[in-house]
Ligand binder design. Structure first.
Ligand code: TNX
Length: 625
């Protein structure tokens, strides 16, 4: 009898646990998994009301279902008792879950999503879609009934600012592509898209009062080589590469995003990073020379890409640009960049120097701060708030500015100490343009940011008032991202990790569990033709040197459960080759070996990429300091 009880208990635990392994990403605040299921079939009815927002959300839910299971559901206004999916919105429902929180209850009779606001219902719908059984979705042709596990979920975000930035200046992406990015990001509960609209390599937004910005500034000479090594524009070469968004297109994009609860923050990057504007209107720089839009060649400190900060006509120009931007984008913030401004030309510019003297500015940093403060006044006159990269702290802070901290968290910490709001997006955790796997097996870029490193991002440093940290953001700079497919490759799955650290309560973060859910969600991305990287399966090579200066190697993996095999003899390693145990520590490199090859396997099958790398390159990777 005891034995039978034991077996029953075991079976119960197994059945509950099998539901507990779900693919919801980000992980909800609480999920109590029960036993039993709700079955969606062609009679399942979506119960809606006459409320406009609710009707739209029912339609959205139905379009998701149509995509996922292959048929839409009937909708009804009346209260049916059984086989229903009901959306309920009630302003006074529950203050503890806020505007974006929701409760999702699945019982065998009905599925109920309840929230205070439409955005809460919207996120409840996203979670509901993630409850659809993935194996069935991948083979819907043979299915008409879909099983949803009984569960009771309460969920709300840790941060209000859950952003992704797309740099559309270094490479242009179409409105259609941006919409596809929005479609994907909302599944993972991001709510903000920051568009980096201007830079040295292209001005991407129509400004009706300044037509040259898009006639000239949106176009550069075509180049495909390595960014920063490209040949500069040649005399009389046609600038045929680029593009821009008309104001009509932007309006349509904003509307599209708003329907998916995404706000769009525009960035006009000034006073540095302004070569595209200067190429369009040469009076804007200190030198007043005729420059071309940069195609990815070296120019910093040579071509003058900074607006002249002492010249009144610069501010007249900015007034025009920012008026149109403020009128177009409903979001409260306008990002004005402020990063990496080369001030060498300000030093030799009579107008800038005169301005500094007149305004008692001690150095060029103070001139930059003077510039930012003037821009802040322009924005305030249009009812907007200023956001800038952390360089806006240098030379004195604009009174109401919000900082986006990118050179680590320090800028954000300083801003918070001065009681300013902060969005954290430090390179060490949030730069989605960086390598996500071994440089020998990835397209060339700058430094390294693996999936697991992103997962360790905590936007709130100790000893900082957490209320001042609005949240965090992943930034996809696109110097080395020439296509949208590659943008997706850089975004996913690292943006999953960001989604989770920005939404999920800190105590609930768990890397191993996150990886399991990531693997399930990658299947969903595949199904939707969304590109993504699988670099977290690759081996990690750790080169060091011993006291005599000889190269030594260790290996690691980002995730558990992988086997590492390697060779030095110019053959492809497989599961019969040298096997690396993490306990092995440093391995012997055979005499005369020239090339390392290393690959990971899982359960007898190759899973990581084959990494082939000359030992000479590994030697160069060892830091000698
Ligand atoms: C720094 S982050 C920049 C960008 C580059 C990026 C590359 C920031 C405010 N400025 O212009 O694209 O690094 O990672």
């Amino acid at each position: 009898m005891k034995r039978l009880q034991f077996i029953i208990v075991c079976l119960l635990i197994i059945s509950i646990n099998s539901y507990a392994q779900h693919r919801i990403l980000p992980e909800p605040v609480s999920a109590n998994w029960g036993s039993g299921s709700f079955f969606i079939n062609k009679q399942t009815t979506i119960v809606t009301t006459n409320n406009e927002e609710q009707k739209n959300l029912s339609a959205l839910l139905n379009s998701y279902l149509q995509q996922a299971i292959g048929y839409p559901l009937p909708q009804a206004n009346s209260r049916l008792a059984k086989n229903i999916i009901e959306l309920q919105m009630d302003k006074q429902y529950d203050t503890t879950i806020g505007d974006e929180g929701y409760r999702l209850t699945v019982s065998p009779q009905k599925i109920l999503i309840k929230a205070n606001k439409a955005s809460g219902l919207f996120y409840g719908i996203q979670t509901f879609v993630q409850l659809l059984p993935i194996e069935d979705l991948l083979s819907i042709k043979n299915k008409s009934t879909f099983k949803i596990p009984v569960v009771s979920i309460t969920d709300y975000p840790r941060f209000a600012w859950r952003g992704l930035m797309l740099d559309v200046s270094r490479h242009f992406f179409t409105i259609q592509e941006i919409k596809k990015m929005i479609d994907e990001m909302v599944h993972y509960k991001f709510n903000l898209l920051h568009l980096h609209l201007t830079d040295d390599q292209g001005w991407r937004i129509e400004i009706k009062s300044l037509p040259e910005l898009t006639k000239k500034g949106a176009w550069r000479v075509p180049r495909t080589g390595l960014w920063w090594d490209r040949q500069p524009p040649q005399p009389s070469e046609a600038a045929t590469d680029g593009g821009f968004y008309t104001q009509e297109e932007i309006k349509e994009l904003i509307k599209y995003a708003a329907e998916k609860k995404v706000q769009i923050m525009p960035e006009i990057d000034i006073p540095g990073h302004s070569l595209a504007a200067i190429a369009s209107y040469p009076y804007l720089s200190c030198t007043k020379l005729n420059y071309q839009v940069n195609p990815g060649s070296k120019f910093y400190g040579v071509d003058d890409d900074a607006l002249c900060a002492g010249n009144d006509s610069t501010y007249v120009f900015l007034e025009k640009v920012l008026s149109e931007i403020a009128a177009l984008f409903p979001f409260q913030y306008i990002h004005i960049g402020g990063d990496e401004c080369f001030k060498g030309f300000w030093k030799t510019c009579a107008v800038c120097q005169h301005c500094m003297k007149e305004n008692n500015l001690k150095n060029e940093n103070e001139l930059q701060s003077f510039f930012i403060k003037r821009v802040e006044k322009i924005l305030q006159s249009k009812g907007k708030k200023l956001m800038g990269w952390d360089e806006i702290l240098e030379g004195g802070f604009a009174p109401e500015a919000t900082v986006m901290s990118w050179r680590g968290m320090q800028g954000g910490i300083e801003a918070a100490e001065q009681k300013h709001h902060v969005v954290m997006s430090p390179t060490d955790y949030c730069y989605l343009d960086l390598y996500q796997g071994d440089p020998a097996a990835e397209p060339p870029t700058y430094s390294m940011l693996r999936l697991r490193d992103v997962y360790h991002f905590d936007p709130v440093p100790t000893a900082v008032d957490a209320n001042l940290i609005l949240g965090g953001q992943g930034n996809l700079w696109t110097e080395s991202v020439p296509t949208f497919r590659h943008a997706e490759y850089m975004l996913w799955p690292r943006a999953f990790a960001l989604a989770e650290v920005l939404w999920t309560a800190k105590e609930k973060l768990n890397l191993n569990d996150f990886i399991k859910r990531t693997e399930e969600n990658l299947k969903i991305l595949d199904r939707a033709n969304v590109n993504h990287a699988r670099s977290f399966y690759d081996a990690i090579i750790i080169p060091t040197k011993d006291a005599k200066g000889s190269l030594q190697l260790e290996f690691d993996t980002e995730i558990d459960g992988l086997e590492i095999y390697y060779s030095f003899d110019n053959t492809f390693p497989d599961q019969f080759s040298s096997h690396y145990n993490k306990a092995d520590g440093k391995i012997n490199i055979p005499k005369d070996a020239e090339t390392l090859r290393v690959i990971t396997f899982r359960q007898g099958k190759p899973i990581g990429k084959m990494i082939t790398v000359p030992l000479a390159d590994l030697e160069k990777r060892v830091k000698t300091d």
